[in-house]
Design a protein around this ligand. Structure first.
Ligand code: ATP
Length: 451
């Protein structure tokens, strides 16, 4: 993980937030390549939800919602983690994670392991961030930053049903920021207090819930695999009955083998009619579906695939990170290179256009090529430094193709296409190269990473 964090900083993917003020615990800012990468992750998710099928619609609900939303959802009463304080070191720990956390004084041990540790009894700590609506801090003005995007979907069920001309089975999808005052955030962007979720609530006739649950398990697994995650690093883990939330009849986690071990990437739950029934009870609105064909009225059941955009981005980065020994490109002895073998669709930059030298008409031609390629895909122009160093820089940000303009390009209108993974070089006509790159980005791809 240290190598990923270092690469992310070095290449401008992710920075610790408020760094010039000494940082603020476990919040991060995304730099240029991080923004592009995470946007691609979210776009792929939207693509799979909206473009590849026609039974899901989008929503973007507010982060601040009526406080009653969180009463109805159960978050106000029950969205808690068990917390213990240590009187000796003054640190706080999640009581159910003690075995994975370092002791505040002796980082080689876990909290409670040494004689000096003095842990309090565990107590429930609500993870929602409180804030105040309006200029006066008075009772009744308390609001919460949403801890999940899902509730914004449930409270819009009626609106969407009216305006989207959909009937169950159909889904509502949302991507957006959520906030949780995690007791022990950490492991880079794996667990932060502010993060982005990609959640979809799929409303179905109650009798079809099990079938749709199975459907979403396989769809979500397929999504990660198609985007290049190595199959032996991904698994589906059904929850044990004692792990299930009180409302869920079944939940499976999609887990990825992170450097910290197998950990949740996404949860897929069969939530029954809990959410719509609770919001109907608390709001007094009928949240149900009337089937005019059969005369049947029912509260749809809900299947929810809930993923994290930052956590998925981290998984794609970890899975893509590779180091290898290669012949030096150009001439001379070999060298180590670091390369992000990202799926071309996820790569922040799809093609870099590189003039071999900064003279003889090469920069002008390279700018032309950059404009043509950039009209179709995210492209970058780079003329800084030796060509080998420029290739390495593109390898580290995962650029699948480098397009090099050399003296021959000026004479015969061709360029070389260097492939990130195989390092092969191929000469292609400049005419039509933009379309060719766009075609290659869309082609099925499998990682060549060995381990
Ligand atoms: P965990 O057990 O890791 O705390 P959770 O089961 O509480 O996660 P859900 O409420 O199911 O998580 O949220 C769905 C997804 O949102 C998670 O699978 C994860 O990808 C993401 N997520 C949840 N909490 C965080 C966080 N603090 N930081 C980053 N991503 C998160």
């Amino acid at each position: 993980m240290d190598k990923i964090v270092a690469l992310c900083k070095r290449r401008g993917f992710v920075f610790p937030s408020s760094e010039i003020y000494g940082g603020v615990g476990s919040t991060y800012d995304f730099g240029h390549y991080g923004v592009l990468l995470k946007s691609n992750v979210k776009n792929e998710w939207w693509h799979s939800m909206l473009q590849e099928r026609d039974d899901i619609v989008a929503i973007d609900s507010a982060i601040l919602q009526h406080p009653r939303v969180w009463e109805a959802s159960g978050h106000l009463a029950g969205f808690t983690d068990p917390l213990v304080d240590c009187r000796a070191c003054g640190q706080r720990f999640r009581a159910d994670h003690l075995a994975d956390l370092p002791c505040g004084r002796k980082p080689s041990k876990h909290p409670g392991e040494t004689d000096e540790c003095s842990l309090t009894e565990s107590r429930d700590f609500n993870l929602m961030f409180e804030t105040t609506i309006g200029p006066v801090k008075e009772s009744g003005a308390t609001a919460y930053l949403r801890p999940e995007t899902a509730q914004g979907i449930f409270i819009n069920f009626k609106n969407v049903l009216q305006f989207s001309r959909k009937k169950p089975p159909f889904g509502i999808a949302q991507v957006g920021k959520s906030f949780r005052n995690e007791i022990t955030p950490g492991n880079f962007i794996f667990r932060t207090r502010e993060f982005e979720q990609m959640e979809m609530e799929f409303f179905v006739p109650p009798a079809e819930a099990e079938r749709w649950f199975e459907h979403w398990l396989s769809e979500r697994e397929r999504w990660y695999l198609e985007l290049g995650i190595r199959p032996d690093h991904l698994r589906m883990r059904p929850h044990d009955p004692d792990e299930l939330s009180h409302y869920a009849s079944a939940t499976s986690d999609v887990e990825y083998l992170f450097p910290i071990g197998w950990s949740e990437l996404e949860g897929i739950a069969n939530r029954g009619d809990f959410d719509l029934s609770r919001h109907a009870e608390f709001s007094g609105e009928k949240l149900e579906y009337f089937d005019q064909a059969t005369g049947e009225r029912y509260v749809p059941h809900v299947i929810e695939p809930a993923a994290g955009a930052d956590r998925a981005t981290l998984a794609f980065l970890v899975d893509a990170y590779d180091e290898e020994f290669v012949e030096r490109e150009g001439a001379g002895e070999g060298e180590r290179r670091t390369v992000l073998r990202l799926h071309p669709r996820l790569a922040p930059v799809k093609a870099a256009v590189l003039p071999l030298v900064n003279k003889d008409g090469q920069p002008e031609l390279a700018h032309q090529v950059h404009r043509a390629v950039g009209a179709l895909v995210q492209a970058e122009y780079d003329d800084g430094g030796a060509i080998g160093r420029r290739y390495r820089r593109q390898d580290e940000i995962g650029t699948p193709f480098c397009l090099t303009i050399d003296h021959q390009s000026i004479q015969d209108g061709t360029l070389t296409v260097r492939d990130r993974d195989s390092l092969s070089q191929e000469r292609l006509p400049i005419e039509g190269v933009a379309e060719e790159i766009a075609r290659r980005i869309k082609a099925p791809w499998k990682t060549p990473k060995q381990l």
